[in-house]
Design a protein around this ligand. Sequence first.
Ligand code: PGA
Length: 258
Amino acid sequence: MSGETRALKRPVLAGNWKMHQSPDETRRFFDAFLPMAEAADTGSILIFPPAVSLATAVQATRDRRDVLIGVQNVYWEPEGAFTGEISAPLAAAAGARLALVGHSERRHVFGETDPDTARKVQACLAAGLTPVLCVGETLDEREAGSAATVVKRQLSAVLDTLSSADARRLLIAYEPVWAIGTGRTASPSDASEMHLEIRSFLVESTGRETADAIPILYGGSVKPENAAELLSAPDVNGVLVGGASLQPDSFAAICAAG
Ligand code: PGA
């Protein structure tokens, strides 16, 4: 899907359902959401359900090329004795087209490291899944003035392991940890400032052409009320939405803001 997404001029509208939505709830969500969301370009709407609802989500959206389904995490080995884990090839075989990698909850609740994220991105690319690499600083890091340094460290851990052809297949989500699930949103100018930093860092690491092809999404308390403003900020190419993606009407309102 990466090539398809790259051709997009429209923003990428992504919903991360975290540990919510059973298969039945997933079916009900799409029954209500799909008629409300105007069909758009391929891959402009991305939904990341919990793995148990992946098959239901894939099935429910099979007639909508604009809606693609992803997983919230993968393990980097392709198969083996790793109880409780899902590999990138297994996710792809079940219909996932993308995977979140390095979400702040993976990093801060489950101890995922920068080298782990690099391995996971490699595993996704090898399996044909588009990785959505999530980066972002904590409140302490922001207050210490090290937000950009932290984000660049998280990015270079992955970019240093990729060719520029592979880097072109990434999406990046900037999600300041202090704005996730807290109701505290970065202002459009805060978001834009970091997105510009990320874009220039991408130019340094991968060259202008690749850097310009990588969508940078903003995430952290995105809601129908603030989506349009965030989406119109310079260098914000989409949003990754948690809480407000769980209700069909609020996620449809965010999609309409795109
Ligand atoms: P939130 O979550 O929109 O509920 O803040 C965003 C995310 O964690 O991706």
